[in-house]
Design a protein around this ligand. Sequence first.
Ligand code: ASP
Length: 350
Amino acid sequence: MLLLYSFKLIKHFMNSKKVYVAYTGGTIGMKPSDKGFIPESGYFSQQISSLPELASPDMPAFEIHEYDNLIDSSNITPEDWYRISQDIESRFDEFDGFVVLHGTDTMAYTASALSFMLEDLSKPVIVTGSQIPWSQIRTDARDNLITSLLLAGNYDIPEVGLYFHNRLYRGNRARKLDASGFHAFQSPNFPAIAEVGTKITVNEELLLTEPAQRLKIQKISPPKVIILSLFPGFPAELLENVFSSDIQGLVLMTYGMGNAPCNDKKLLDLLGQASKQGVVIVNCTQCYKGSVDMSGYETGHGLLDAGVISGFDMTPEATLTKLSYLLSSDCTVEEIKQKMQLNLRGELTN
Ligand code: ASP
């Protein structure tokens, strides 16, 4: 990846830890303009260079690389996820931990995608950003960056985390649930892996185990996967069009514990046919919290009979990225169905 701006490694003599910061864009480094906040090359790196806290000996040394094409995260693509993964892999042995600066809008997708793409991860990768840019006086960027650097440099966290507003969440468990509040992210089905108050408390018993093998990365190809949310009156014909394309996976957002109308024969027939033809259909609940269990109601059984598999308590972001990741591997459809229902990176409880 072409990196135009490389902030020199700030060395501290009392802290020998080193963190690599991949700055991809997002509000954190944006500048006000007449079209609203926009990312601008060089601006953020220049802004943070004047913050004395970052030069404190209590901080790990860090190197920041600004990507050549800074983006609002609404523009992120699987190709960008691959670039971030390659970037981390290429600097992996030189650093103790990694921070990815990213926009909040799609941060939960990126944190989930990285958790699957970075196989056998043995060091912390902390994704963070802010709701207010660094340049503004009421910014939340300072704490999010400083604490992410401390977490990445000083703690053994062998996984992808998402740090925001005093909490470190497992990346593939987090969701953006507030468009403007500072407490923008939550992890509905899994506790925070670290809590930050006057002390930083890492809940070590929740962490993934450190792998024995070295990191390797797997690309996510542009996914032929979509998410569809059911609603009362959902036109089953819509699925005819969806399945007549070359789709390989469908994340179906259902009601409650994974229920869908059992009086809509067309809907269930179309799902059943697609599943038989090899489309992997994963049931994800529309509820904020809780898990899919299709055995509880007649309305769930219809989906089970149609070959739909359970997404258990995975977030939609984790379900979509996990399915895309598996579809990009050389697994067969049957293996993908099995793995979707297994806990690969702490993303699911079953
Ligand atoms: N639109 C911005 C982005 O996702 C929002 C943010 O960073 O908070 O890049």
